[in-house]
Design a protein around this ligand. Sequence first.
Ligand code: 4AZ
Length: 276
Amino acid sequence: MRDTRHPISRKRAALVALAAAAAVASLVTPTPAAADSGVVGGRTANAPDTPWVVALSSVDRFGRMRAGQFCGGAVIAPTKVATAAHCLREDVLGVRAEELRDLKVIAGRSDLVGGGGHEIPVKDMWINPAYDAESNSGDAAVLTLARPLPSGYVIPVAPAGDPAYRPGTDATVYGWGDTTGLGTYAHTLNAADVSVLPDQDCSRAYPAAPGQARYVPATMLCAGTREGGRDACQGDSGGPLIARGKLIGLVSWGSGCGLAESPGVYTRASAVLPGS
Ligand code: 4AZ
């Protein structure tokens, strides 16, 4: 299936394959080296150093193999987690988000299969009403937690105009997603160092085309490396892109993972999140 630009149907396929792929990876083969060092092209991250990265989980929908992880998120207030709106779509979850009884946030745990940290039910959700599923513009949602996380877990959102959004700024993306682009889902949190790229890099890579996602600079942020190799991938969606100690983006979409000509596209935090 040629479907390079839209995250949703790729994700649907990936989710079907997810439990099986994880089982195969852990039972049949030794885990490839790349799986210990991705997002794609990343390194292992440690939850105590990055407490604002959380996993969204539903064991009912995604199984207990990886604690039900299916997306990432960022703690923007003790009871608020920012994530991608597309993570909560019916075609991703298999049910309407409001019907998902066991939606939880896992915080303070690097290894999904280990215990520890906090598992907190989601009691309410706001899906950006401006989210446009066709272009992917405005891909943001905010979950309200049933109990507060410690205030030390919170990462500030970089306001509009903050230098952290400038092209060339060093940034890091975090997640438990695919580490190879082939469905090798991580058990441990990974981090990849990228740079904020000029809008034109993504405008060129993702021009307007009927029925396809396209780069919208007002609500999106372009990041990656000129040579490729380090990037977010499937399963990282909703997770944070951090620069200068602030949240600048949420993993949203892209064509493939780590391809030099196809940078990662992030939701621009200042365009969609409250208090920024
Ligand atoms: C996804 O499908 C996805 N390389 C997220 C990020 C990127 C690609 C795909 C960026 O969730």
